[in-house]
Ligand binder design. Structure first.
Ligand SMILES: [Zn+2]
Length: 314
């Protein structure tokens, strides 16, 4: 197999303006944005706006779903419809399973049956089973860089021309005139993410690949493409009126051709680029140049790096 990359990581700063990707609930007609406590690079606790890793992974999974349909990768009944229960929603698949304690065999069938369950992971508990498939892709939270993110709440109204009897509707139906407040956040967000390419199609219990080399390459390309698209077109909440403005993306992609992980350093550390490159130098002394790094200053440079790497998977 000519595919040398075993893992790929990205550390970067994503500048996004006027988005509402990160809400944690509503109080009355006031939508609340998500604020988190972190410790900054000087060791000081602070509170910042953030977008959860779940949201990023959801965006990436939705892109992967589209790519898998287009490339005709195998999908279970759940993933065909982008059902978040994944293979758990595929009743036919469960009929094909044998002994509930044969975890390795169940995992083998999952990997062969569905590319999305293989890449994104799933937990099977039906019928007394406990079979986990760990995701091959991992996202940290997108964490606002302190002093570089702001959130404001904006007043909106759904205007009703026939507003005769005051606002709203007693029945709770979405009728009449309503006012509501929705937050919009802008700023620089620190990103860390990792993809374990060596685990695509790999059965962690049996310690062997369960799909052909050709299928592994197809899935690996789709996985990398979905990661690329995540930072080109963020899907997710409230895009009908708050499509996020991506102003810039800068950072560093690292790859590893050995079992050692492609390193990441959080961009909450202002020296993260230097840190990643020094880690690369030191790891390469021990692991014969296994780590390669690619710095990028813009979305287009990031796209080129990813496209070049995806082309190498053949
Ligand atoms: Zn599936």
């Amino acid at each position: 197999m000519t595919m040398l990359m075993q893992s790929l990581s990205i550390s970067g700063i994503l500048t996004i303006d006027m988005h509402s990707l990160n809400n944690e609930g509503a109080e009355g007609n006031q939508l609340q944005t998500r604020m988190v406590h972190i410790v900054d690079e000087n060791g000081e606790p602070t509170v910042v706006n953030a977008i959860s890793g779940d949201m990023l992974k959801h965006i990436q999974a939705e892109h992967l779903h589209g790519l898998a349909l287009e490339k005709e990768l195998p999908l279970c009944a759940g993933c065909t419809k982008f059902n978040s229960n994944r293979i758990n929603a595929d009743a036919e698949f469960f009929k094909s399973l044998g002994d509930k304690n044969a975890i390795g065999d169940t995992l083998k069938k999952v990997l062969q049956h569905c590319a999305v369950d293989d890449l994104e992971g799933v937990l099977i508990t039906q019928g007394g089973r406990s079979t986990p498939r760990k995701s091959t892709v991992e996202f940290g939270w997108l964490v606002g860089v302190p002093e570089k993110t702001r959130t404001e709440s904006y007043f909106h109204v759904k205007f009703d021309n026939n507003r005769g009897q005051g606002s709203g509707d007693e029945s709770g139906a979405n009728l009449g005139q309503n006012i509501f407040y929705r937050p919009a956040s802008s700023g620089e967000y620190a990103l860390v993410m990792n993809a374990e390419l060596s685990r695509v199609g790999f059965n962690d219990v049996e310690r062997e690949y369960q799909i052909t080399d050709e299928d592994r390459k197809k899935r690996t390309r789709a996985l990398l493409e979905s990661i690329l698209l995540t930072f080109i077109r963020p899907l997710g909440a409230h895009r009908n009126t708050q499509f996020p403005h991506i102003v810039n993306f800068q950072g560093i992609v690292t790859t590893s051709t050995a079992a050692i992980p492609a390193p990441t350093v959080s961009p909450l550390n202002g020296s993260y680029l230097d840190e990643v490159q020094k880690i690369q130098e030191n790891l390469n002394r021990l692991f014969s140049d296994a780590i390669t790094t690619y710095k990028f200053e813009s979305q287009s440079e990031f796209t080129k790096i990813m496209a070049d790497l995806i082309e190498q998977v053949r």
